[in-house]
Design a protein around this ligand. Sequence first.
Ligand code: DAH
Length: 366
Amino acid sequence: MNIPQLTDFTEASLDAAFAAVRSEADATVAAPGFDAEQFRLEWLGRKQGHLKAISDAWLKAAPPEAKKLIGQRFNALKEQIEGSLASAGTAETKPAAAGLDVTLPGSAQRLGVEHPLVRTMAEIVGVFQRMGYSVGLGPEVESDFYNFESLNFPPNHPARDTQDTLVVAEQEGKPLRERLLMRTHTSPVQIRSMLEQAPPLRLVIPGKVHRNDAADATHSPVFHQVEGLCVDTNITFSDLKGTLDHAMKAFFGSAVKTRFFPSFFPFTEPSADVQISCIFCGGKGCRKCKHSGWIELLGCGMVDPAVFEAVNKRRIELGRDPVYDTRRISGFAFGMGVDRIAMMKYGISDIGLLYSGDMRFLEQFA
Ligand code: DAH
């Protein structure tokens, strides 16, 4: 603030000089975005404040006969400024009162939403949770033992070729079973869960998996699966069929039919592929189902006793009881691709969109 030199010490010109200072203070208090703390520092600061400067320039420098007149006006000014600071309240309340301009654009709070894959995964998991399943998780960087060997893919077995694997570099110095890779499926979490828990077991395992697949409209080197595992006494193939039929109806709608075809997975025997009646044409045949009326959705089967044996063997190595007694217990397992299901459900034609981070795509799910 510019403080003029006082030359005229009549009461009228002193009044005018103090009034000018006061109106400047009043204008600051009334301005939009008024900041009470900054005002206090600027005006009342002991070393740099405007009042200190006025006191130095006007009061201390005044001729002795004018000191009393200036002193009275100075004290009044100080009281007024302290008063307006007190009534201005806090910095938070003032702008709303003085500076609210409803014609200005607001600052938008952008709410996040679930990614369509996360939402689909949660919906699938929810269907099984309502049947009493709990949720299991496992690591995405996995060892050869959990991803393959324990699931009855022996070293060099051709079944390994069905899962083009991304391996972690510089693992050749380790025994094969300890070598690290990106898990190609969520099935290794079946093994990890059975090492931790004794039967009975009912689990769903959602998660991210990786394969060395070239990206195109239906393939991505990163994708998602939901795995399921049910182990107890007297679990039969009928339980598997009933459970998956119910799950598909709960997820896609009660009109959906399921059918089971013989298939092969090393860790289930017998194994099956499950198809559902086409959700687009109701089974009449359309482009989406290649005019067959059916869409292939998941793999499943009865847990191969070799898997229980691998679990028992590893449990013994870990100092735990081999409680997966194949004479007393049996189980079923299943695994489904989440990306394909999400693409069907939301009509997404290119899997890459799910991983693009493109807001124009993602905003459609808000
Ligand atoms: N892990 C299999 C895959 O990624 C899917 C699968 C098939 C999982 C059958 C299972 C199952 O649990 O029983 O191709």
